[in-house]
Design a protein around this ligand. Structure first.
Ligand code: FAD
Length: 426
């Protein structure tokens, strides 16, 4: 008898974990196969470090084919050209096809640089750390910058949903420039669509507003909030500062010698515009069991999932999808697939919590939001050098886990440890 096939599309932070956990959950009841773009797993949270040479690319990548083979999971790095959910089929870039009984979409974001003139590293004037290729390009731009320092602008544009890495990168640059003793030659400005510093797309967590404002003041980083980037040009960022009523409160022409601006995200081309599968920005529609309402054999997890914004802000900001939430989506899907194979209805739900370690190179800010959207049961933030050390530990642990093909969830434990640590006044 042929076994049902579970295909996982995308092998980033969410997809790779999903492959291991689903295989563990379904055992020999189904074939599990992964369709990835290339053979390498990339640990995206390390990209800010790659961009200042604190990490080499090789240190944050894992070659997936041998790991998947060891776990009995099928693998192709050909990438998907198009998903055909009405045919239960993925069309591959190499002309091949993968048929499935169940599909788990974990394709992460497409980076919407093209929505703002001059934005982004490919043909634009600003750098990015969203992909390791971009982080490497930023490292080259940084090398040129230190030879001839000038103003730096870091931030996140209108419609962005991922703000933590922008704060991280601003502070990491500050740390690195101080180490090189050239910080005194570098005016720094943080430009963000958030209504206030530390909003993070989550209306703040604990005192992230106070902690991050204080950190920026201590480091002499100025900021502009409610910022809408009009365009980027050679060495110049044009920004409108938007008032509560939506009018332009001020216009800023900000010169820069180096700029890294996080873009808005949208769904990837292989799924965008499929009626019933995606929303207008190409994010996958999912119910509370991570299941698509139109194609119930399709599940989704991670950044590619459609989540409504928190509420109205003068400049649009999205809700971040971070590791804790992604891991809980993975677990819910693995259990739901097992239930379906057992002939039961899927009942498991992801816990929509956020936990983040924002590293500043010489310290950092950690926060836990349970649930992610306020009002919350846990809304906790703290700072200190221990956050930098914890992030290094997190990186080592996570990359090791991918190398070993381990499925055990990790974030829940980290959240409990951190809350425990708070009681101990770390
Ligand atoms: P990704 O990790 O981006 O994986 C998507 C995968 O799908 C990729 O491998 C991609 O190649 C593949 N793919 C795309 N299209 C196709 C296709 N057509 N065919 C086949 N494969 C395809 N969160 C935290 O919790 N902690 C952090 O410290 C943290 N730091 C971050 C730092 C940065 C710079 C960024 C951008 C995000 C960070 N996040 C962090 C947020 C989030 O955890 C990460 O973005 C995470 O990588 C998202 O996981 P994902 O699986 O949804 O997407």
């Amino acid at each position: 008898m042929t076994k049902p096939i579970i295909a996982i599309l995308g092998a980033g932070l969410g997809g790779a974990l999903a492959a291991f956990e689903i295989k563990e959950a379904v055992g020999s009841m189904a074939e599990v196969t992964v369709v990835s773009q290339g053979d390498a797993f990339q640990f995206v949270p390390s990209n800010p470090w790659v961009a200042v040479h604190w990490r080499a690319r090789e240190a944050v990548e894992v070659n997936l084919p041998p790991v998947m083979a060891k776990k009995g999971i099928g693998f192709t790095g050909a990438g998907a050209r198009r998903v055909h959910p009405s045919e239960n089929r993925i069309e591959l870039n190499d002309g091949g096809s993968v048929s499935y009984d169940y599909l788990v979409i974990a394709t992460g974001p497409e980076l919407a640089f093209d929505e703002i003139e001059g934005l982004g590293p490919n043909g634009g004037y600003t750098q990015s750390i969203c992909h390791v290729d971009h982080a490497e390009q930023t490292a080259i731009a940084f090398d040129a910058f230190v030879q001839n320092p000038g103003p730096i602008i870091v931030g996140a544009v209108q419609g962005a949903s991922c703000f933590g890495p922008a704060y991280e990168f601003a502070m990491i640059l500050d740390t690195e420039l101080r180490r090189r003793k050239i910080r005194d030659r570098v005016p720094m400005t943080f430009v963000t669509a958030e209504p206030y510093i530390g909003h993070l797309g989550l209306d703040g967590v604990g005192d992230t507003k106070g902690l991050l404002e204080s950190e920026m003041r201590n480091r002499h980083i100025k900021w502009i909030t409610n910022a809408k980037v009009v365009k980027a040009g050679p060495g110049m960022l044009d920004v409108d500062e938007i008032a509560e009523d939506g009018s332009v409160k001020a216009h800023h022409e900000l010169p820069f010698a180096l700029s890294m601006m996080l873009p808005a995200f949208r769904g990837v081309e292989a799924v965008r515009g499929i009626e019933g599968l995606t929303n207008p920005r190409g994010f996958i529609l999912a119910d509370k069991h991570q299941r698509n309402p139109t194609f119930p054999n399709v599940f989704s997890l991670g950044v590619c999932v459609a989540i409504p914004p928190m509420g109205k802000t003068p400049v649009p900001v999205g809700v971040p999808k971070t590791g804790f939430m992604i891991e809980s989506m993975v677990t819910a899907i693995a259990r739901n697939l097992r239930d379906l194979l057992d002939g039961k209805d899927p009942i498991h739900e992801g816990a929509w919590n956020a936990i983040c370690l924002a590293d500043f190179g010489d310290g950092g800010v950690a926060f836990i939001a349970q649930p992610q959207i306020p009002p919350r049961n846990v809304s906790w933030s703290a700072e200190g050098r221990w956050v930098h050390l914890a992030k290094v530990g997190f990186e080592k642990y996570f990359i090791g886990k991918i190398k070993r093909g381990e499925s055990a969830p990790f974030y829940e434990k980290m959240a409990l440890d951190l809350i425990g640590a708070k009681k101990l006044k770390v």
